[in-house]
Design a protein around this ligand. Structure first.
Ligand code: ATP
Ligand code: MG
Length: 556
């Protein structure tokens, strides 16, 4: 069909078969159906990339449908964030729709079912209904309300809508089969009473359709061709098909794929909401959160997330993806796109004793060595006093320490070779200054010194550096599968955030662009925090340069 080197995933195979057979006149219409009760997470990104990606590949369209049938937990704040996140990921929906727009139609469908003798109003309590449902091996029993007449059901259902009854007093159930081995077909609930204000329909309704009644019918109303959801919904499929068949409406079809599970991460909005409410994190967009907004604030790019979703593919079986793969994807992206800058997180002063007092040189460093032309360059002021990283100096360096120590030489990135000859300690024995001499004819790019040094270290000029707060993030959980533990919060990593209040950054970083990735040479990839201001610069570490976690694990 289409010439793609990659093998087709099983949903693509289904679509191509449908296209061959001319099902739905060759039309492909998918939908992404979030419930606006939280922010989107990386698991939703998998569903978004799949639904929108399929539509793009097969010349189709994707609707964004807010599945807003739970008035209590839903909010317009979530609606707005969901729209922002989808667009940021690079996708545009054909239509923005709301299940609540279909409430009247859905009500009409329910009336149709009642008229066909396929639905009834049940006065039993939730407990009574559950008890009468039986078990997978034992048939359920009818409640005393199952054989109400059509007329009585019609009247009671109308009264439910009119608000005559309290929450829980009555429900509408489909009349299917109390002995069916599939529990979802044992007279499932279609409507419940909920006297609650809805973020869109206000107080217009006090009965709300259940997921199973709203979802497939909404797909059908929109003429969705391929309704893709996660594996938990396999047992719901029979009901999905039954309702469409009985109502004789557009035959949308449901297909299921494995949800994304990722190590060291929880992926349910309910749990993420708990983390926010109980202040384990700052907000939904805390850079440690697996939310799209958290990843964005952390410095992930849309391309890296799309690439991650592409790599993990689409499976029919539950699995667990190593979070290291997500980190790999952003590293790979930023290695190509991030501009290189210098910053010193744990500063110690380096004094070049043979460099003229008060002199400043303007050295040049290219922005991005990964692309031809370097994407331009920036000026690096160089002077007698610099900040270097404390761990780039050792008083008594072991062999193979290719950094600074008495008698050792290194190259200062984009600058000169320096040799250490002395250092100063305070009364507590802490080194406060490292004294070096520089080799004047060893300047990077025009080095005629003939000297060879093994190490290169980063630095910033003390007189020109700016200050910034730098936030280093680690995994939010210590357990590989926190959701599998009794209380997922017991495995929260207490050291998931380290704040460096005073780092020194090269002056050019004062003009860092929001949303852009920077490699702080030798330290990792960083981005400006959304709350950074000109007076108080804040950078977030997106990811380290190498996978320090894998190394830790090996060490044990
Ligand atoms: P959560 O359990 O986090 O609340 P949900 O499935 O209830 O998720 P919805 O807003 O109903 O959240 O999901 C919208 C769409 O995203 C659904 O089609 C759902 O199947 C899909 N989705 C949700 N979580 C994942 C996941 N981890 N992997 C893949 N798709 C997901
Ligand atoms: Mg849901």
């Amino acid at each position: 069909m289409l010439n793609d080197e990659k093998p087709l995933n099983f949903i693509e195979e289904i679509i191509e078969e449908d296209l061959r057979k001319g099902t739905h006149d060759g039309r492909v219409l998918t939908r992404f159906p979030p419930e606006p009760n939280g922010y989107l997470h990386i698991g939703h990104a998998k569903s978004i990339c799949l639904n929108f990606g399929l539509a793009q590949k097969y010349n189709g369209k994707t609707n964004l449908r807010f599945d807003d049938t739970n008035p209590v937990t839903e909010d317009t704040e979530y609606v707005e964030s969901i729209k922002q996140d989808i667009q940021w990921l690079g996708y545009q929906w054909a239509e923005e729709l709301y299940t609540s727009d279909y409430f009247e139609t859905l009500y009409g469908y329910a009336v149709q079912l009642i008229k066909k003798g396929l639905a009834y109003v049940d006065d039993s309590s939730a407990e009574e209904i559950a008890a009468a449902k039986g078990t997978p091996t034992e048939a359920g029993k009818p409640t005393p309300y199952r054989n109400r007449s059509i007329e009585e059901n019609l009247q009671l259902f109308e009264e439910m809508r009119e608000g005559k009854y309290k929450d829980g007093e009555k429900v509408l159930r489909a009349k299917i089969d109390l002995a069916n081995p599939n529990m979802h077909l044992r007279d499932p609930l279609l409507y419940r009473i909920k006297h609650a204000h809805h973020h869109r329909t206000g107080d217009q309704w006090c009965i709300y359709p259940m997921y199973d009644f709203a979802h497939g019918q909404s797909d059908s109303i929109e003429k969705i061709t391929h309704s893709i959801c996660t594996l938990e919904f396999i047992p719901h499929r029979a009901l999905y098909d039954w309702l469409i068949e009985q109502l004789e409406i557009f035959p949308s079809k449901q297909y299921e794929f494995a949800r994304l599970n990722m190590t060291y991460t929880v992926m349910s909005k309910r749990k993420l909401l708990q983390l926010v409410n109980e202040k384990h994190v700052e907000s939904w967009d805390d850079p440690r959160m697996p939310t799209i907004s958290g990843l964005r604030r952390r410095g992930y790019t849309p391309a890296s997330i799309r690439n991650f979703c592409e790599r993990i593919g689409v499976q029919k079986r539950e699995n667990m993806i190593d979070v290291g793969l997500l980190e790999f994807c952003i590293r790979e992206d930023l290695n190509q796109t991030a501009w290189r800058r210098m910053a010193v997180l744990d500063p110690i002063k380096l004094v070049i004793t043979n460099y003229p007092d008060g002199q400043t040189e303007e050295l040049i460093g290219e922005n991005n060595p990964e692309v031809e032309g370097g994407e331009g360059s920036r000026v690096l002021p160089f002077s007698k006093e610099l900040w270097i990283e404390r761990d780039d100096f050792m008083e008594e360096p072991p062999k193979k320490f290719f950094r600074l120590g008495p008698g050792l030489s290194v190259r200062l990135k984009h600058a000169y070779i320096v040799e250490c000859h002395d250092f100063v300690k305070d009364e507590k024995g802490k080194v406060t200054e490292v004294h070096c001499t520089y080799v004047p004819n060893s300047k990077s790019g025009e080095d005629t010194s003939g000297l060879k040094v093994k190490g290169t270290i980063h630095w910033v000029s003390a007189a020109h550096a700016k200050q910034a707060e730098v936030r280093l993030y680690d995994r939010l959980f210590n357990e590989e599968n926190p959701a599998a533990t009794e209380d997922f919060k017991s495995s929260i990593n207490p050291d998931s955030l380290q704040i460096i209040e005073k780092a020194y950054i090269e002056s050019d970083l004062a003009h860092a662009e929001a949303g852009k990735g920077y490699q702080f040479i030798r330290l990792g990839y960083f981005t400006l925090d959304t709350k950074s201001t000109a007076d108080h610069l804040v950078f977030n570490r997106t990811v380290t340069l190498k996978d320090s976690w894998a190394k830790e694990v090996k060490k044990g």
